[in-house]
Design a binder for this molecule. Structure first.
Ligand code: FCB
Length: 465
């Protein structure tokens, strides 16, 4: 009897181990990893293809100064921004546009992604600020004259106060108001602008504002987060349609924040499942909705499944913002049931608790492969960068990203451009001015811009050199 029991036990253990191994193998095989060798990273600059967009990215609120929007109100509350910093002056870009275009030119950029500030352009509902529109028209002309292709973002986190007061991105009227703004932008800038990014990082806006509750409007409600997601998706669809109708050449997309996600314990099923769930929600749910005309999202505590036919086909390209890799560990009781920690790569100085993920340029290649498999759209790296005060990590990071791009191109993936975040040090949201992401260093007293570490590496890869 005992012998039989033992036999069964051994058999069960063997079958269990086999099954376990098979499941782990399946997960590992479906999630390959890549490592670039030091020799590969030291290769001299291979030429990027003709027409490749090689530029920098910024956002209005982080550089212009002189804003009055939901963020400036948020900044006025002590404790919301590190060091009590305010965006009041930012880098004074609003008054220094020609100088800043010259900075782009000096490092060989042939493209520039920037946002136009809705609260400036429509300070009261339905009242357009003509002088602000002409300042942006002037900027796109300066860019064109300098041989720099503009990509214009319509919403980069900040909202006009009149809209924020009515509920911001969860307000029923948001998609329609945003589409009207997009139509204005298309009419006024469309002659010089083909590339449009409707919304920057809807996943970050939803998470930081409605789940983590650390950005406006400081909420921590999964149900409201789900509404924000749907509101942003509807707004994107409406804006894409508006842009295409006023500007037939328009090429429209969104910039999605993407992360490389790996299990903290490689052979632990709960960690693999966590990676799969978070990866789907964070990295793919938004563009899947654009592909399918159906929004499907599962958050801890809320889920959405809604058909939105207008969304289908509303993107002409895939916009990828890439900064971090995280190792995920399933921990019941942790926020959203997940503990996140950085991997062993270069560590950004963004700061925060928990700390941000590490830099892992290989992840960019993995994400591009997956995006190509899912959507087959042209890809723009709409942001990538690192907070690096001494400027020693930026150069290697750019090299790693170029290696990822070259490999993607050699595999036939249609990657069309790279916009480094960012042109110059700026107002980094709740972290204030401390983190320095710029290819140019900005002196906070004089606002003087001087090339930072990484600027020469960036210039060396320019297709214009
Ligand atoms: C991205 C944001 C951008 C900037 C960088 C560092 O998530 O789009 O505004 O803050 O991070």
């Amino acid at each position: 009897m005992i012998r039989r029991l033992l036999l069964w036990l051994v058999l069960a253990l063997a079958i269990g181990t086999l099954l376990w191994g098979a499941v782990c193998a399946l997960f590992i095989l479906t999630r390959p990893t890549v490592t670039f060798t030091p020799e590969e990273l030291a290769r001299p600059a291979a030429d990027l293809p003709a027409g490749f967009l090689w530029g920098t990215a910024t956002s209005a609120h982080q550089i212009e100064g002189g804003h009055d929007n939901d963020w400036t109100r948020f900044e006025s509350v002590p404790g919301n921004i590190e060091g009590g910093d305010r965006s009041t002056v930012a880098t004074d870009h609003w008054n220094r546009m020609p100088e800043d275009v010259a900075l782009m030119k000096a490092i060989g950029a042939n493209a520039y992604r920037f946002s136009i500030e809705w609260s400036r352009l429509e300070p009261e509902e339905g009242a357009w600020n003509e002088s602000a529109w002409s300042r942006y028209q002037d900027l796109v002309r300066q860019l064109r004259d300098a041989g720099i292709t503009p990509m214009v973002t319509l919403l980069h986190f900040t909202l006009p106060n009149w809209l924020a007061d009515r509920g911001g991105v969860v307000a029923a009227e948001f998609p329609e108001r945003f589409s009207r703004f997009a139509a204005q932008a298309g009419r006024r800038l469309g002659d010089d602008v083909e590339l449009w990014c409707t919304i920057n990082e809807p996943n970050v806006q939803m998470y930081m504002g409605y789940l983590a509750g650390v950005w406006p409007p400081l909420e921590t409600s999964p149900a409201r987060a789900a509404s924000a997601w749907v509101g942003l998706a509807r707004a994107h669809a409406g804006a894409a349609r508006a842009l295409r109708s006023v500007d037939p050449d328009a090429r429209v997309g969104i910039a999605l924040n993407q992360m490389t996600l790996q299990p903290e314990w490689r052979y632990w099923l709960p960690d693999w499942l966590t990676v799969r769930l978070v990866d789907q929600a964070w990295n793919w749910a938004f563009y899947d909705a654009i592909r399918d005309g159906r929004v499907r999202l599962r958050l801890p505590g809320a889920s959405i499944d809604e058909t939105l036919p207008d969304l289908e086909g509303s993107a002409d390209y895939f916009g990828l913002n890439y900064y971090h890799r995280y190792l995920l560990h399933a921990v019941p009781g942790a926020p959203q049931g997940v503990q996140m920690r950085p991997g062993p790569g270069m560590q950004s100085e963004l700061g925060g608790d928990p700390p941000p993920g590490d830099s892992y340029p290989e992840g960019l290649l993995l994400l591009m492969r997956e995006a190509q498999k899912r959507y087959g759209l042209p890809i723009y790296i709409t942001e990538a960068g690192i907070a690096d005060d001494e400027g020693v990590m930026r150069g290697p990071l750019i090299r790693g990203h170029v290696e990822a791009i070259q490999r993607a191109l050699s595999e036939g993936i249609p990657v069309r451009g790279y916009f480094h975040w960012t042109l110059m040090d700026n107002f980094e949201w709740d972290k204030g001015y401390r983190p320095r992401f710029g290819l140019y260093r900005v002196d906070r007293e004089t606002l003087e811009r001087t090339p930072a570490g990484g600027a020469t590496v960036f210039a060396a890869f320019s297709p214009e050199r």
